[in-house]
Design a protein around this ligand. Structure first.
Ligand code: PLP
Length: 393
């Protein structure tokens, strides 16, 4: 154990994965546990996508591929960016990696030097600060309160920038808050970014298709085409097509960055699974019916869950524009038996058998994340247990 590196010792384990594992362990002991801690669709991967994978196996497409993706999939991604985002990328500007996570990690790995800073608006996805720390660079967490809809404002961005700023991480819709940036929000950030031409921007659009009540998703490179040369527009099939286990993420960005990411992959992971790439090709270029079906289901659950949480004394939840998370404030019920959001989620799991994730894991103490990508019956039961639990405090 004493042989472990400084970098691995510098990061905490992924809190969402830890909570999900704890829920699994308790269930294995026979406890009745409702697990709402994981960021994963409860739907199965659409059958036509699975069929494409089976065909790839039958056709012998089981060998190493081009390191950063087969040409056919890169073409489909080029078309996707054009069709859905109005973004003109060429195949030389596309990276395919074994998941969205590696896309982000590889982009950071090929650009960050030890003293570099990465601006991360918080509440933030657990892995951004983790990845930056693993690479020996400095995460600069910028708290964004519920008053700004948990969004980074132009003023807060300007104040966080230093000569060492290398990247800005933007995640819309957000994990954990579900907040999304409008065209106007992004345009305001673009004004600041134009004053700082050396800053790169990573747009994590993995929840793009999960937006509700007519919210129009848009991304920075579409809103500010003049910045496109320093934006990495990242996306993936995990959340949009219920394909978390297939491990395919992708991005469009400047060719110098894409080339460096391929070089990095060539010495580390090599290509994403060949079979998953053929499946992802079908996901992006075949029927898109699943997206509308899933969005409709999530939209209804979001309404019910947010309403149920807001009806509980002491809890309050902002209605999110997207993703599949409700991120609620539990500060009013703290102070007695429970001192923190972590105490809250631990006690809730032990007393009531509901697994949620404490906001601290997302750099937002006092809040809690509930994933509503689950059976509506379970969601209803979980909200009832949450109500009973809060009354007991
Ligand atoms: N970005 C965000 C904000 C996420 O929530 C996730 C998954 O939880 C990812 C990226 C990575 O997704 P994957 O590696 O499954 O493609």
């Amino acid at each position: 154990e004493k042989s472990l590196s400084q970098s691995i010792l510098s990061v905490a384990p992924s809190a969402t994965m830890a909570m999900t594992q704890l829920a699994r362990d308790l269930r294995a002991q026979g406890r009745d546990i409702i697990g709402l801690s994981s960021g994963e669709s409860d739907f199965d991967t659409p059958a036509h996508i699975g069929d494409a994978a089976a065909k790839a196996i039958a056709d012998g497409k089981t060998r190493y591929t081009a390191v950063d993706g087969i040409p056919e999939l890169k073409e489909a991604i080029v078309e996707k960016f054009q069709r859905e985002n109005g973004l003109p990328y060429s195949t030389a500007e596309i990276n395919v990696s074994p998941g969205g996570k590696p896309v982000i990690f590889n982009a950071l790995a090929v650009t960050l030097n030890p003293s570099d800073e990465v601006i991360i608006p918080a509440p933030c996805w657990v892995s951004y600060p983790g990845m930056v720390s693993l690479l020996g660079a400095k995460p600069v967490i910028v708290p964004c309160g519920v008053d700004s809809g948990f969004r980074l404002t132009a003023e807060a961005l300007e104040a966080a920038i230093t000569p060492k700023t290398k990247w800005l991480m933007l995640n819309s819709p957000s994990n954990p808050t579900g907040s999304a940036y409008s065209r106007e929000d992004l345009a305001a950030l673009a004004v600041v970014l134009r004053r700082h031409p050396d800053i790169l921007v990573l747009c994590d659009d993995i929840y793009e298709h999960l937006v509700y009540d007519g919210f129009q998703f848009t991304t920075l490179a579409s809103v500010a085409p003049d910045l496109k040369g320093r934006v990495l527009t990242m996306n993936g099939v995990s959340k949009a097509y219920a394909m978390t286990g297939w491990r395919i993420g992708y991005a469009g960005g400047p060719d110098w960055l894409i080339k460096a990411m391929a070089k990095y992959m060539g010495q580390t992971t090599s290509n994403p699974a060949s079979i998953s790439q053929w499946a992802a090709l079908e996901a992006l270029s075949g029927s898109q019916d699943f997206i509308a079906k899933a969005r409709k289901a999530y939209a209804a659950r979001r309404k019910d869950v947010v309403k149920a949480i807001n009806s509980i004394d002491g809890l309050s939840c902002r209605e999110p524009e997207g993703a599949f998370y409700a991120f609620f404030d539990c500060r009013e019920v703290l102070g007695g038996r429970l001192a923190s959001d972590t105490d809250f989620t631990t006690a809730l799991l032990e007393d009531s058998g509901v697994a949620l994730v404490p906001g601290s894991a997302f750099h937002a103490p006092g809040f809690v994340r509930l994933s509503y990508a689950a059976d509506p019956k379970l969601l209803k039961e979980a909200c009832a247990r949450l109500n009973t639990f809060c009354k007991s405090l």
